[in-house]
Design a binder for this molecule. Structure first.
Ligand code: GLU
Length: 424
């Protein structure tokens, strides 16, 4: 899933700090064994690998790669691999924790993993990216596998990257193992609908939230930051559902039409980079202005930490639905809570990606492929099931939507840990 570049900076805390803080908040509502909680504060393991890359000019550069395994009590570790200059060990750990909650809130039998390489993919030629991916796959081979840890695309990686990764792994194993990664092109075992799934699920969940607050979708205005695979598919889903998508953006800026944009006419920045901000729209805005537009629903779908202590009070949207992973800092979250602005959390809203990854893995291990209709139908059913579980907690306890989703996830994980018990 390619997403836009950072648009505003103030990083108040690392992903792992945010993930731990959120875990404590959820734990305060549940009677979780302290030993289980202590395990969940830390990853099971973190691998750091050196990846020698031969550049096209013949020189060699040694890059750093990570793979964090947070928890696998409910099934194999699962989560993306990102290629981004800001990748750090802490970020991988924090994101792997989010994957644990994401899989648990969806009730799919996976745990949490995340990895990446510290590199700017824009600095790599296609051949360099391929060499890097193959060597990274080889370095990670001892700790991944279709029954142990299944990577997927994330920022800076895409289906093609996953095809190279799967090929390198399979060549070394001596057998074709499509189930070792998800998010592959359909011709090599990828699933129909996987690329659109995270954005689709953001759209499905936003629609449920709109319905929950008794808003009329036809009267609802939406602004989407980031028009990559998540943002564009969320925007198109909501446009189709009847909402008016008034603003979308890429790294260079936003376009705004108070009467609603034709989201199918705007190409996403993967289809044609620069097309979003270059689109002929009535008005242009900065990314920061998009975040504070007077709309009903704001969908931040670019990078993390864009809603911060500095701008949360200026956000005029009546609801935030998180498309990106971690777009809201803890301080911003508290400001929204205090202001009564509901924030529908990332690990529920964008969980369609990992859900269709699960469908892909099922198709791979069964050597069967599902139609797009079946994938979308089952995705919708899973999203509605997860929404209902979270809504029940939201209604039963006086908590935020994020806390409600954590409560659902954490109680499933804690119960699995307590039932499996501790190896003596
Ligand atoms: N990287 C995606 C996410 O953050 C997908 C993970 C997966 O499909 O395993 O949810």
């Amino acid at each position: 899933m390619a997403t836009a570049e950072p648009t505003s900076e103030p990083t108040e805390e690392t992903a792992v700090e945010t993930a731990r803080r959120q875990l404590e908040r959820a734990a305060a509502h549940l009677d979780v064994d302290e030993g289980v909680l202590e395990r969940l504060r830390h990853p099971d393991s973190v691998y750091r690998v050196a990846i020698p890359l031969e550049r096209d000019d013949g020189s060699t550069e040694v890059l750093t790669g990570y793979r964090a395994h947070h928890d696998d009590v409910r099934g194999p570790y699962k989560g993306g691999l990102r290629y981004h200059p800001d990748v750090t060990e802490d970020e991988c750990v924090g994101l792997s924790m989010w994957m644990t909650w994401k899989c648990a809130v969806m009730d799919i039998p996976f745990g949490g993993g995340k990895g990446g390489v510290v590199v700017d993919p824009k600095d790599l030629s296609a051949a360099e990216k391929e060499r890097l991916t193959r060597r990274f796959a080889e370095e990670l081979r001892p700790v991944i596998g279709p029954m142990t840890d299944i990577p997927a695309p994330d920022m800076g990686t895409d289906p093609e990257t996953m095809a190279w990764f799967m090929d390198a792994y399979s060549m070394q194993e001596g057998e074709t193992e499509p189930g070792v990664v998800t998010g592959k092109p359909p011709v090599v075992g990828g699933s129909a609908g996987r690329e659109e799934a995270p954005g689709r699920s953001v759209g499905i969940i936003a629609e449920k939230a709109i319905e929950y607050y008794d808003w009329d979708v036809a009267e609802t205005t939406v602004a989407v930051q980031g028009f990559g695979s998540v943002g564009a598919n969320a925007a198109r889903y909501l446009d189709e559902a009847g909402a008016s998508v008034v603003a979308v953006s890429d790294v260079d800026g936003a376009i705004y039409d108070p009467d609603g944009l034709d989201t199918n006419d705007v190409e996403d920045h993967d289809e044609t980079p620069g097309m979003v901000s270059g689109y002929d729209a009535p008005e242009t805005l900065t990314n920061e202005e998009l975040l504070t537009l007077d709309v009903d629903v704001l969908v931040p779908s670019a990078v993390g930490n864009v809603l911060t202590a500095e701008n949360a009070r200026d956000v005029r949207a009546a609801m935030v639905v998180e498309g990106a992973n971690g777009p809201t800092t803890s301080t911003a979250d508290s400001i929204f809570e205090e202001r009564g602005v509901p924030v529908i959390p990332d690990f529920l809203a964008n969980a369609g990606g990992v859900t269709v990854s699960y469908f892909e893995w099922l198709q791979d291990i069964n050597r069967r492929s599902w139609s797009l209709e079946r994938v979308n139908e089952e995705l919708e059913a899973e999203m509605l099931r997860a929404w209902d579980a979270v809504r029940e907690e939201y209604e039963a306890r006086d908590v935020t939507w994020r806390d409600a989703a954590y409560i659902v996830a954490l109680s499933r994980i804690a119960e699995a840990h307590e039932t499996r018990g501790l190896w003596p």
